[in-house]
Ligand binder design. Structure first.
Ligand SMILES: CC(=O)N[C@H]1[C@@H](OP(=O)(O)OP(=O)(O)OC[C@H]2O[C@@H](n3ccc(=O)[nH]c3=O)[C@H](O)[C@@H]2O)O[C@H](CO)[C@@H](O)[C@@H]1O[C@H](C)C(=O)N[C@@H](C)C(=O)N[C@H](CCC(=O)O)C(=O)O
Ligand SMILES: Nc1ncnc2c1ncn2[C@@H]1O[C@H](COP(=O)(O)OP(=O)(O)OP(=O)(O)O)[C@@H](O)[C@H]1O
Length: 509
């Protein structure tokens, strides 16, 4: 992979990002690209970007072999430099070019939403992978899959990677024969220009509720919405949840770049002015059955029989909505209905509504619900479906971020849980006991029985041991995370599903 400096300048000029350049050799062809001074930069282009950037990082990059740097200001005159209006936008455009614009060889389906991105991406990946085996890549919060071999699958660090890693991984996927990419696009991806300049074949908007608002993420809800809706502006074909908050704004964003015929809306139950509607037929502890009905001419063009019934191997009414988005994407892509139906029946998403049946300790759900909206959706669903069961929740809240999740958990536990054990979840630099106390202090103890057990494995053991067959045990907010982020270190943790299964083996054999 390489990039000629003259080409880099041409691209930056075309996008009106270039401020000035001090370049001695425009014919230089760099063969490495980086924004991290600690890495080898031999014959490389280095980007000075980010709020925490320090001049000494550039000195280190030069020592490590950087030949030219791109920056919003001049830090050093020792090597060639290109000064730009926005370094993160420049990083995205030049990473794309460096890796040979791999997006041009991929059909990209992307999803955004406060909740459901990972689940919907897995549903879509499973459907596409059944239709086109070994041809589909996945960039999700949980895993990144860049090829057909087990070694092409690895854990993600971010929901949407930094642009350089994004284009690098797309290149690998294309070189591994991938033709399709399903990916999650977070609001931060737009905020930090990680997907700047990228166009998507299909973009799906699932929902938006206040979240990710704070000093390190979005200053306001308006900023959060504005970032999220950019996926619609940058997608050729759009899929929109008709019942999302701020629907009009989201639809208007889609309309900026797509005609009405390329915008599909889906909704739950009886809602006018939609293209598809979802109606639940029945659900049990293992799956839910729902119909998906074409409500407009253009929807009927996609789905010739008007109405289909699907069985979804993942419970939760919100998952029917996620499935609706995946079904619509698959139909737009012309995938056979039997492939869609088979894939949804077998659906499994790591750490999302994973259920574990026990002999004598009720049913256990492991779910990634980690704010008020998702816990409310989850516990309301369980209460509705199992009105005679006690709902028992093990949950913690992370340190250093999302402080409002603590009051959210207190509220939702008070409203919907019968008992709860508060425990540790990614405490970061905060004291987990203090976090639990902050949740506990806001709970109405008249309505819900609460205790704190800081050791997460112990908390899960106590909850399972004290439950019987009428109970629903919910291990919430951590999904299948295999670490506890503690004081800057990812401390290994076996993951909630593994812990629960081990405890059951100990007590039930
Ligand atoms: C707030 C935010 O988005 N930060 C991201 C961003 O950081 P940044 O560009 O501001 O860079 P920085 O942290 O200020 O560091 C400055 C620069 O100095 C460089 N450096 C640093 C040290 C050194 O010795 N040498 C050196 O060159 C770094 O490589 C970096 O380029 O770019 C980094 C990669 O270049 C990301 O790792 C980092 O994500 C942080 C870790 C993060 O946790 N972000 C979260 C909030 C996030 O993005 N979450 C969303 C999901 C949210 C949702 O669910 O909707 C996601 O997409 O994952
Ligand atoms: N459509 C939905 N509406 C409301 N809640 C949902 C929806 N889909 C999933 N959830 C809940 O949110 C949790 C997280 O789901 P998922 O991981 O699919 O979302 P995400 O958008 O990727 O989340 P995050 O951005 O927090 O990583 C699930 O475990 C479930 O409890």
């Amino acid at each position: 992979m390489s990039l000629k400096v003259s080409k880099a300048i041409e691209i930056l000029k075309k996008d009106d990002l270039l401020v000035s350049d001090s370049v001695s050799d425009e014919n230089l062809e760099v063969t490495s690209i980086s924004y991290d001074s600690r890495k080898d930069q031999t014959n490389g282009i280095f980007f000075c970007k980010g709020n925490q950037f320090k001049a000494e990082y550039l000195d280190q990059a030069i020592k490590n072999g950087a030949k030219i740097y791109v920056s919003e200001k001049e830090y050093s005159q020792d090597i060639d430099r290109i000064i730009v209006k926005d370094a993160s936008k420049a990083l995205a455009l030049l990473s794309s070019e460096f890796y040979g614009n791999p997006q041009n060889d991929l059909y990209i389906v992307a999803f955004t939403g406060t909740k459901g991105k990972t689940t919907t991406s897995y549903f879509t990946y499973d459907i596409l992978n059944s239709a086109y085996p070994k041809k589909v890549a996945l960039f999700s919060t949980v895993d990144r899959i860049v090829g057909p071999k087990p070694s092409d699958e690895f854990k993600s660090d971010l929901t949407t990677p930094e642009s350089l890693e994004l284009f690098h991984d797309m290149r690998t996927a294309v070189d591994n024969g991938m033709k399709y990419l399903v990916m999650e696009v977070s609001s931060q991806a737009y905020k930090k220009n990680r997907v700047y300049g990228l166009k998507f074949n299909i973009g799906g908007f699932l929902n938006i509720t206040p979240d990710h608002i704070g000093p390190n993420e979005h200053p306001t809800y308006a900023d959060y919405l504005n970032c999220k809706k950019q996926l619609m502006v940058n997608s050729k074909i759009n899929i929109i949840n008709r019942q999302t908050n701020d629907y009009d704004t989201v639809y208007a964003a889609a309309k900026q770049t797509s005609p009405d015929k390329d915008i599909y809306r889906f909704a739950k139950n009886e809602v006018g002015d939609t293209d598809f509607s979802i109606r639940n037929k029945e659900s049990n502890l293992n799956d839910s059955v729902f119909t998906y009905t074409a409500e407009s001419d253009k929807a009927e063009d996609l789905q010739d029989h008007g109405e289909y019934t699907y069985e979804l191997g993942l419970v939760g009414d919100f998952n029917e909505l996620n499935a609706g988005a995946a079904i619509t994407a698959a139909k737009i892509m012309g995938i056979d209905n039997s492939v869609i139906a088979d894939s949804l029946k077998k659906a499994f998403v790591p750490g999302r509504m994973e259920h574990i049946n026990t002999k004598n300790h009720g049913t256990i759900f492991v779910d990634y619900a980690h704010n008020y909206a998702s816990m409310n959706a989850l516990l309301s669903f369980l209460k509705r479906e199992y009105p005679d069961s006690k709902i028992k929740v093990v949950v913690g809240s992370p340190g250093d971020k999302g402080v409002d999740r603590r009051s959210g958990f207190a509220k939702v536990l008070t409203e919907l849980a019968d008992s709860a054990i508060l425990t540790t979840d990614d405490p970061g630099f905060e004291d987990p006991a203090k976090i639990c106390k902050e949740i506990d202090d806001q709970i109405d103890h008249e309505k819900v029985e609460v205790k704190t057990v800081l050791d997460r494995q112990e908390a899960i053991r106590e909850m399972i041991e004290s439950s019987n067959n009428d109970d629903i045990v919910v291990l919430a907010a951590k999904g299948n995370d295999a670490y506890q982020k503690t004081k800057g270190i990812d401390v290994p943790y076996p993951s909630d599903p593994v812990v629960a299964k081990k405890i059951l083996k100990d007590i039930e054999g």
